[in-house]
Write a protein that binds this ligand. Structure first.
Ligand SMILES: Cc1cc2nc3c(=O)[nH]c(=O)nc-3n(C[C@H](O)[C@H](O)[C@H](O)COP(=O)(O)O)c2cc1C
Length: 231
């Protein structure tokens, strides 16, 4: 397990296959308490985190998986009712983002032996999101709609802290925006109020070390590509 902060950051990876090993909820509590030391604008701490396990986790996974299957099966009415409230991605892509996105997709599908155009297998892999890739713990992050865009930055920092703190404890995670389109199913099942907006979900559990999907290591651009140095 890495202990140096640079190693923790560099070796955290999105995990898309988990073992069934249960996670001690006390550890999850510690992770959340540590993660809450994330900075936030004027210390507003605008995050709300739902931790789901056991029957509640299964209930949400099953309800959303049913909806996703209906959408995948071509139910256009259903498709139009499941939309993201805030757009995570652009409507029209530009380089270099589209290139990186495509490369990521091809590498993921390549590892899984999914050929281009094999809709059935692509759908099956996408569906795995809605079982938290078998992780025993799911988390949902919401923000009060009254808050500005800045609060979403704060919550992203909390999420990164959770991912790093979990990794340092030998746990694995995958942030999941895939759930956002299904907020109309998820939020009532969580008992969330109307003023909450779903920002992301996250799977948490122990990594399946034998799963090929977990060997994916998306590269990063060198510093020169994303920084401008002025003096
Ligand atoms: C906010 C957020 C949402 C994400 N949503 C998903 C998702 O729905 N499904 C998924 O498989 N990966 C998701 N990812 C993981 C990214 O694909 C991953 O971070 C990226 O490919 C880089 O890989 P790495 O995390 O292993 O370094 C998400 C990441 C972030 C930060």
């Amino acid at each position: 397990m890495p202990t140096n902060i640079d190693d923790i950051i560099r070796t955290r990876r999105s995990t898309r296959a988990f073992t069934k090993q249960a996670v001690d909820l006390q550890i999850v509590r510690e992770i959340l308490q540590t993660a809450s030391f994330a900075p936030s604008g004027t210390n507003t701490q605008p995050w709300k985190v739902y931790v789901v396990s056991g029957n509640k986790r299964d209930e949400i996974c099953n309800a959303v998986s049913d909806a996703v299957r209906a959408v995948q099966g071509g139910n256009l009415e259903k498709k139009s009712s499941y939309t993201e409230v805030f757009p995570y991605y652009p409507v029209e892509w530009i380089s270099p983002y589209i290139d990186r996105r495509r490369q990521n997709g091809w590498e993921l599908y390549g590892l899984l032996g999914i050929q281009k155009g094999d809709k059935e297998k692509m759908h099956a892999q996408h569906l795995r999101n809605y079982q938290f890739f078998d992780a025993p713990i799911g988390m949902f992050f919401t923000v009060n709609k009254i808050m500005g865009i800045g609060a979403r930055m704060d919550i992203a920092m909390l999420m990164q802290n959770i991912m790093l703190s979990a990794h340092a404890r030998g746990l694995a995670t995958c942030a999941q925006a895939a759930w956002n389109a299904y907020h109309s199913i998820v939020l009532p099942l969580l008992g969330a109020s109307d003023d909450e907006l779903l920002l992301s979900a996250m799977a948490l559990g122990y990594k399946d070390k034998d799963a090929i999907v977990n060997t994916l290591k998306p590269p990063r651009a060198p510093v020169e590509e994303f920084s401008v140095w002025l003096s």
